[in-house]
Ligand binder design. Structure first.
Ligand code: HEC
Length: 157
């Protein structure tokens, strides 16, 4: 075996080793999509929770922590989640799903909701590290954007 070929073979083999465990998951499986969608929502809630606590005064205001959480939320809001809104993962089709079928069929409406969330989260990211009042003032927009989408596409309890 000539040397360049051996290097290439080794690189390919290493690549397969790394990709193997990832490819072993069937990312198109409806249950996997549901798990990812719930995880995505929970990640956003994880960022929002400390911001809410600081805005309300339940936790001491910490400019650096607030700026970091708000920047993370804005980053999450700009992720392409189109692969998470797939027929076969709606309420009724999967036991743990609260997603209404409209979240799949009305992709234009969904995009609008996401755009609203992204704008509100960016406004929050710009304000959160300034002071508690600025954080408080920018929280409402994010809460409204989360809530509007839940009202449209999430099954009411
Ligand atoms: C594009 C629409 C949309 C936006 C925007 C949105 N959500 Fe959701 N959210 C949903 C839908 C639909 C569900 C139900 C998902 C399911 O059960 O499959 C959901 C579920 C959730 C859940 C429950 C997850 C679980 O494990 O059952 C939480 C928590 C949540 N959202 C938080 C948030 C927060 C916080 C925001 C704003 C920062 C937000 N969501 C923005 C549509 C949205």
């Amino acid at each position: 075996m000539r040397k360049p070929t051996r290097v290439l073979t080794t690189a390919l083999f290493a690549g397969l080793l790394l990709a193997g465990p990832v490819l072993a998951e069937d990312l198109n499986d409806p249950e996997e999509i549901l798990t990812a969608r719930h995880g995505y929502m929970l990640l956003m809630a994880n960022q929002l929770a400390p911001l809410g606590a600081m805005a309300k005064g339940d936790a001491p205001y910490d400019a650096a922590a607030a700026a970091k959480a708000a920047a993370s939320l804005a980053a999450l809001a700009s992720v392409d989640t189109s692969m998470l809104w797939i027929a076969g993962t709606e309420t009724g089709a999967l036991e743990d799903s609260d997603m209404l079928p409209e979240a799949v069929s009305d992709s234009a409406g969904r995009d609008t909701r996401f755009a609203e969330l992204k704008t509100a989260a960016e406004t929050l990211a710009a304000a959160a590290g300034t002071d508690q009042d600025s954080l408080k003032a920018a929280m409402g927009g994010v809460g409204a954007a989360c809530g509007a989408c839940h009202k449209a596409y999430r099954k009411a309890d």
